[in-house]
Every structure is written in structure tokens, then in C-alpha cells.
Ligand binder design. Structure first.
Ligand code: ANZ
Ligand code: ZN
Length: 809
């Protein structure tokens, strides 16, 4: 009998669906695992990056289901966003139709890959019900002061004709279309992510060892907490401006005696006043205006540029005259938008001072090893009056103290992170649920009137916001005074939707329509045990989602501080050395691969070709290799008899048989370590292949059957269809998952035992094989004593040599 992937795959996909194999159970006394791969945008078709993402998550989900966990493994679509609108402009198709057609198509593609997603949990974020609850959150956050409006400088993408959040500008370009971003002043809604800056930073600690370090560092830098001195410098009397002093922020108060000039941001009030009063040359004004149009990123990467402003500040400790400049590298919205420049000890200031011939005053003693003209390291102070001879660290504290005592300075903490601008001037998004009334000003819509949905009859031509031009849709009644009013026409940044979808999935389907998040079920399923997605979200989505989790906690919906317990960032899929992408023309279409080789081969290749976090280079011959392996496995298994499994007497085996058996057990031993800890699926597959080759060299039918029994179990999360098919044939089980793994297959004389309370893992201990059930339970309870203190145990669920779950009141 030949292996026909298509037939086998169709057959099992149907059985799984009919039997609802992948639906989570409502029994909250069971130990749980919530496995989530980041949901896709319905762009039209599944790409290899998706296949990789979901193959990883699916392997985990299937593994945990197999060993007795209640598993939530949902999927949905992040379905609002620009491409739908661009498609409307280009192909004259309604964004809604385009989106939902794509969802239909992609859903089938996912289904044909055999991913074990819960169908009952499926959602699209553009569904009116999702919008309803999203708007509810918006209003609750608004009422709590966590959302506010302001007119501010924004990042504007001229191509997408919309505002972008700071997190969505990459190297001065739009994250989506790569178009140059410009600065523009505009009103909009802002989410006060800064109110949680400290907690977002502090809680990174809890994720150490569970999230990739790189991601933690990127978040830490983005939040950018820094402690330093803020102080005022008096301005020398002049008739050009009214200000009497300049405030600066420095993290290096110890270098205060080395100030050579003060540099102001191009938007600093003093600069604006000088421009308005025409107290600068026209060509300088022109140059400063050019600086103002640069994005923060561009300013920091372009050449240092500045102009003397014709005014002087006075040094707070020496009373020396210090020239005041405007400089492109000073950001207006950080610190006070003004800095004290110490070219002797700061590279940037040094470059600037060299270019414009400014004085360079050394205040830290040079080391013999220093090759640079300036000292970047900390050391002993010189040229610093009474602080000479003191170490930088200590001098910093003393100088801060001195300025504090004289009431001209203060130690403060600054954050780099800015509030999240969420207004988008586009149609295909969730309407911001605010009403503009002539009597009452801006008021939130009443919760019972939600959702505010999108009108279907719109003209989308890329010119302005279609909602803003839709007078009839905008018309409404003020929820406060009942007079005629107008709806806000901006829609929400789509990152708003992806910030809470995981909590929605965790919500009970029975209350799906009434409640945004059902607390009881959400608190059972949350947080996500394993989150899998691309590194490109290291800041963006992962930061917003962490923020949302904390807000939803404070609003009473959720309990955990963090949404994602463990995070796996999968590597890119490349071909011919470049990222697979339509624009590069190097994509491999998953549909074609499934058609030609089958889903199992695609999954096996993807998990075998590289460890999940590393880049995966597409390789046709390796894919064929995966296909051949499955073929061989299939043929060999189909040639075995389906007589029942027998116990093997190790002593009766010859050398080759012992070797083959050892290889099989090695793979088995490796499986829990790989599925639960390292995710090195490639090494597990290699181990199974070795075992298979060793089995091919022997003739002992009983041993072969035992070997196949184990290997099929181990590989099932990776190549489920063929494993179900073969196990069904060989071991006559209609429900493969119910076959228990026999204990004697473990070669170790100890085993890992998990103890959980109300479904939450609390401890994992290593126990000796010789212990009996009572001894295991006693030891287990001992290990979670602190959680049991004084509480009544109402139920004990014991899975032999695997886990104990205690249900307490
Ligand atoms: C003098 C000095 C001497 C500095 C020295 C550094 C090294 P963090 O907070 O870690 O990013 N700075 C302050 N406000 C700024 C702004 N709006 N735009 C650009 N640069 C700004 O670093 C704070 C340091 O960045 C401050 O300390 C200031 O330069 C600069 F040897 O002051 B420092
Ligand atoms: Zn009103």
C-alpha cells in the first residue's frame, strides 16, 4: 500500500472535527495549558511564516493534550487594517468583503494543515461583537483617565494617510509601507501607557528566563527609565527673549564643571520665541525649520547640526558665561528639551564641539589606556573645584545634593516611552466611541448603545477619511443632553484589537455575547502558557498587550500581572538568503506544498530544518527528504502485523535489537524535555529518525511494534495525520490519544512530577521511580505547603507519575 497523504489527511481532519477533539473542556479542575500562536492578518493567503508559527504551537498543544492537560489552542483573525482599504481603492471591492473572503480562504488553508485549533473559539476582530467590547474598554479607560485627547506633533505617513504611533515608526519610516514619515501637529486620542511605565519595566523581571533576553532588553530600552539631575541655568540679561532661565536634564551631574555650551531642541520655547521675534537671521530660521520637520530618528542619525542663538546662560556653580545653541540632536519631548553639553566626556557633544570649534573642558582624569580624546568611562574628577579627586559615582550624588540644597536642581526620573496615540484617519477600523456635542463637548457613547458600527455605504478613494465625509453616519444624539451631535470619525489603531484578543479567547463561550471577558473562565485559562510569534513584535504588540493586561486587571476583568508566561520568538523563513516575501518574488506557496507532499511533510520539514528560534532557509531537497521519511515510516508500519503489543524481555535481545531499543527509548526520553522545555524539535526528529533506522535493521516483530508504538506517539504532535493513521491500523485504537504511555518505557530511574493548584502549576519536582502513589502525593503536598496553608482540599486529581492537581476552596 502506498502512502497517499491527501487521503489520510482529509480522513483524519474530518474525524477530529466531528469528534471535537480540539475543543477545550469546561472542567476547570483539570490542569490547563493555554498555547497561543499570534493570530494572522487576513492578507489573502497563508505564507510559510504562518505555517512555521502554527506548526510550533500545534506541536505543543497536541503534546499537552496527549499527556492529559486541558488545552486551549485558539485562532482568530486580526482583521481590521489598512490593506483591506487599499484593496478597496485598487480593486473596487468592499473592505468587508475582501476581509471576510480572505478569512474564509485562510481558514480552509489552516484546516488543511491539520492544526488543532478550537473552532468554537474562532473570531475576527472586525466582528461587531468584538467592536462592542473594545469600545466598552475604551470608554472605561477614558473614564479612568487612561485615555485623553491632545493636539500634538504626530508621525504622519503621507502614503497611508494616517497617524502612526512612535512604536510604528522604524528608522524614520512607516512600519507598514516603508514610506518616509513626517511630523505634523494634529488632535487625537492618547492612551496613557506612561502611567504604567514603572510597572511595565519592573515586571520584565518576572519574565526573565521565560522570554528571550533580546526582547526583554528591547522593552527595557524602549521604556527607557533614567535617573538624573534636572536644574536651571540663569540666562544672561538680554532683550531678545523673556525667559530668565533654562532647565536641563543630565544623567551625568558629575560632569557639570565640564559644560561648554547649552543645546536646545529646535522646538524649544526659547528657539520658537527667537524665531517669532525675528531675532535670528532668516537663513538660520530656515535651517531650524528644516530640523523641526525631521523625525526623532532622522535627527539622531543625520549629521550633527546647530546654530548659536546669540544668548548666554550662567553656570550655576562657577557663574561662567555659557553659549546657548540650537542643535538637531536634542529631542524636544525628552527631559526638558535642553541639555548641558560636555564634549570632553560625551561622544555626541564632542563631535558637535569639534565641528563648531567650541571649547572642550576635561573634568575626568584620563587613563593611560584611553586612546580617544574624551573619556567615556567614569573615573576621578579634575578641574571641578571642591569635587576634585572624588570618584564620578560619588561626585554625582554630592553635586546633586549641592544643587538641591541651593534649590536650583532636583533629582528626577525620566522615561523615554510616550503615550500611545491611537487615532487613525481611516475607515476599516473600530470607531472611537466618542460623541462631539456643541453643548456638552466630547462625551463617551453610552455602553448600552454599543457597538458603534461602520456604515457599509462609503466611498473609499484614498482621499481623506471616508467616515468623516459620511455626514449621515456621523449624525447622532448626544448621550448626555439628547441634542443633535456628531460621532468621532477617527478609528482605533488596530493594535488596540490585538492587545486583548488572548483574554477574549480565554472567555467562556456561554457568556460570549454578554460579557467582554468572563472572569471565571479567563482566570482559569490565563495567562497564556506558551506564546509564539515573530520577533518584529518585540516592542509593538508585546508592549501594548502587557499594558492592556495590567489595565484589565485594574478594571477587575483579569488577575494576572502579565499576559504571556513564556514567549518563543520564531525565526524568519528565508529562501536564497532573503526573507520570503512577495516583493522579493521568492515565496513558496504552502498550498502547493500541501498538494504535492501533504501537510505532514510540510510540518516535518519546517520543524526539522532549524530550531524554532533560528532562521529557516527553505530547501526543496530537505522537504523531499521529509516526504521520503514519512513514506518509509508508512510502508514499514503497514507491513507489520496488527497483533497486540507484547512485553519485551530485554535479556532475550541480541546486540542490534538492544541498540534499536535504546535508540527508541532515547527518543522517548527526549520528547518531554523538547516539548516542555527546549522546543528543539529538530533534535527530537533526528532522534526518531535514528531510532527508525535502527529498527529497520532488525527482524524482531514484537520489538518493532513496541518501537513503532513509541515513535508514533512521540512524533504525533509533529506529523499527526500519518501517526493517527498508523496507530489506528497497528494498535486498533479509534482514539489514539487515549493510549497511555507505559511506565517501563522510561529508562530513567527518576521522573519529573508536576504539582498544580486549581489548574495552575505551582511546583515541579524530580522523584524516584520506586515511590508509590501515597508517597508521591505526600511529597507533592509538602512541596506546595505555602499555597495550601489553612485551605480545604476539595478534590485531588492524580495522574500517575506525572502530576497532581489539588482543587482548593
Ligand atoms: C550631560 C552629559 C555628559 C550627558 C556626559 C551624557 C554624558 P538618558 O536619559 O540615559 O537617555 N539628554 C538629555 N535630554 C536630552 C534630549 N532632550 N535630547 C537629547 N539628549 C538629551 O541620557 C540622558 C543624557 O542624554 C543626558 O545626560 C543628556 O546628556 C542627554 F558625559 O548631560 B547628558
Ligand atoms: Zn450634549
Amino acid at each position: 500500500m502506498a502512502y497517499v497523504a491527501k487521503e489520510i489527511e482529509k480522513k483524519w481532519q474530518k474525524i477530529w472535527e466531528e469528534n471535537k477533539y480540539f475543543e477545550p473542556k469546561d472542567d476547570y479542575s483539570l490542569p490547563k495549558k493555554y498555547i497561543l500562536s499570534m493570530f494572522p492578518y487576513p492578507s489573502g493567503r497563508i505564507h510559510m511564516g504562518h505555517v512555521r508559527n502554527y506548526a510550533i504551537g500545534d506541536a505543543m498543544a497536541r503534546y499537552y493534550r496527549k499527556i492529559g492537560f486541558n488545552v486551549l489552542h485558539p485562532i482568530g483573525f486580526d482583521s481590521f487594517g489598512m490593506p483591506a482599504e487599499n484593496a478597496a481603492i485598487k480593486h473596487k471591492i468592499h473592505p468587508k468583503k475582501w476581509t471576510y473572503d480572505n478569512i474564509d480562504y485562510m481558514q480552509n488553508e489552516l484546516f488543511s494543515l491539520g492544526f488543532s485549533f478550537s473552532k468554537d473559539k474562532m473570531l475576527a476582530t472586525s466582528d461587531p461583537l468584538y467592536t462592542k467590547f473594545e469600545q466598552e474598554f475604551f470608554i472605561k479607560m477614558y473614564e479612568k483617565g487612561l485615555i485623553y485627547t491632545k493636539e500634538a506633533e504626530v508621525n504622519w505617513c503621507e502614503n497611508d494617510k494616517t497617524v502612526l504611533a512612535n512604536e510604528q515608526v522604524e528608522d524614520g519610516k512607516c512600519w507598514r509601507c516603508n514610506h518616509e514619515v513626517v511630523r505634523k501637529k494634529m488632535p487625537g486620542y492618547y492612551v496613557k501607557i506612561t502611567a504604567y511605565a514603572d510597572e511595565l519595566l519592573k515586571d520584565l523581571e518576572k519574565l526573565k528566563g521565560k522570554w528571550p533576553n533580546q526582547v526583554l532588553i528591547m522593552q527595557e530600552n524602549w521604556i527607557g527609565k533614567s535617573k538624573g539631575l534636572s536644574f536651571d541655568l540663569k540666562l544672561e540679561k538680554n532683550n531678545k527673549i523673556q525667559q530668565e532661565s533654562i532647565n536641563v536634564f543630565t544623567t551625568r551631574a558629575d560632569t557639570i564643571y565640564g559644560i561648554s555650551y547649552i543645546a536646545l531642541a529646535p522646538e524649544h520655547n526659547i528657539v520658537l520665541d527667537l524665531i517669532n521675534n525675528k531675532n535670528l537671521d532668516d537663513n538660520v530660521i530656515e535651517k531650524i525649520k528644516n530640523m523641526q520637520n525631521q523625525t526623532p530618528r532622522q535627527r539622531q542619525s543625520s549629521e550633527k547640526e546647530g546654530y548659536f542663538l546669540g544668548i548666554y546662560a550662567l553656570h550655576p556653580l562657577t557663574n561662567e558665561k555659557i553659549p546657548v545653541w540650537v542643535a538637531n540632536f536634542v529631542l524636544n519631548d525628552y527631559g526638558s528639551g535642553a541639555i548641558m553639553s560636555v564634549p570632553a566626556h560625551d561622544e555626541r557633544d564632542f563631535e558637535f564641539a569639534k565641528k563648531y570649534n567650541l571649547t572642550i573642558k576635561q573634568v575626568i582624569k584620563k587613563d593611560d589606556n584611553d586612546k580617544l580624546p574624551f573619556v567615556l568611562k567614569e573615573g576621578i574628577l579634575i578641574n571641578s573645584a571642591e569635587f576634585d579627586g572624588i570618584e564620578c559615582n560619588k561626585a554625582r550624588k554630592l553635586i546633586i545634593q549641592k544643587l538641591e540644597n541651593e534649590k536650583i536642581g532636583k533629582e528626577i526620573t525620566n522615561f523615554k516611552i510616550r503615550d500611545w496615540g491611537v487615532s487613525r484617519q481611516r475607515y476599516w477600523g473600530a470607531p472611537i466611541p466618542m460623541i462631539k456635542c456643541e453643548n456638552c463637548g466630547v462625551v463617551p457613547q453610552k455602553i448600552e448603545n454599543l457597538p458603534i458600527t461602520l456604515p457599509d455605504d462609503v466611498i473609499i478613494n484614498g482621499e481623506g477619511n471616508p467616515l468623516d465625509k459620511h455626514e449621515k453616519w456621523k449624525e447622532c444624539i448626544c448621550p448626555k443632553c439628547g441634542k443633535k451631535a456628531s460621532k468621532e470619525s477617527d478609528t482605533l489603531d488596530t493594535f488596540f484589537e490585538s492587545s486583548w484578543y488572548f483574554a477574549r479567547f480565554a472567555s467562556d463561550n456561554k457568556t460570549w455575547k454578554e460579557k467582554a471577558i468572563d472572569e471565571k473562565s479567563a482566570n482559569y485559562w490565563m495567562n497564556v502558557d506558551e506564546y509564539i510569534g515573530g520577533i518584529e513584535h518585540a516592542i509593538l504588540h508585546l508592549l501594548y498587550a502587557r499594558f492592556f493586561q495590567k489595565v484589565l486587571r485594574d478594571l477587575g476583568y483579569l488577575k494576572d500581572d502579565e499576559p504571556f508566561d513564556r514567549l518563543l520568538t520564531q525565526g524568519m523563513v528565508t529562501k536564497d538568503g532573503a526573507k520570503m516575501s512577495k516583493s522579493k518574488g521568492n515565496v513558496v506557496d504552502p498550498d502547493y506544498i500541501i498538494e504535492k507532499y501533504g501537510a505532514d511533510s510540510a510540518r516535518l520539514f519546517i520543524l526539522f530544518a532549524a530550531p524554532p528560534a533560528k532562521e529557516l532557509e527553505w530547501n526543496d531537497s530537505a522537504l523531499e527528504g521529509a516526504y521520503r521519511f514519512i513514506n518509509k515510516l508508512y510502508e514499514k508500519a503497514m507491513n507489520l502485523s496488527n497483533a497486540s503489543l507484547k512485553d519485551i524481555d530485554q535479556n532475550s535481545l541480541n546486540k542490534e535489537e538492544k541498540y534499536a531499543r535504546a535508540k527508541v527509548y532515547e527518543a522517548l526520553k527526549k520528547s518531554s524535555e523538547v516539548y516542555e522545555q527546549t522546543y528543539a524539535f529538530n533534535t527530537l526528529i533526528a532522534s526518531c529518525m535514528e531510532a527508525f533506522n535502527a529498527l529497520n535493521a532488525i527482524n524482531n516483530e514484537d520489538l518493532l511494534k513496541e518501537g513503532f508504538y513509541i515513535i508514533l506517539n512521540v512524533l504525533e504532535p509533529i506529523i499527526p495525520h500519518v501517526c493517527f493513521e498508523l496507530s489506528d491500523y497497528l494498535f486498533k485504537c479509534e482514539n489514539f490519544r487515549k493510549i497511555p504511555l507505559k511506565d517501563e518505557v522510561f529508562v530513567k530511574d527518576s521522573f519529573e512530577f508536576v504539582i498544580s493548584i486549581n489548574g495552575k502549576k505551582r511546583a515541579q519536582i524530580e522523584l524516584n521511580n520506586s515511590l508509590n502513589k501515597d508517597e508521591i502525593i505526600n511529597l507533592a503536598k509538602e512541596n506546595v505547603k505555602k499555597w495550601l496553608d489553612g485551605k480545604e482540599i476539595v478534590k485531588e486529581i492524580y495522574v500517575d507519575k506525572k502530576l497532581l492537581n489539588l482543587v482548593i476552596k
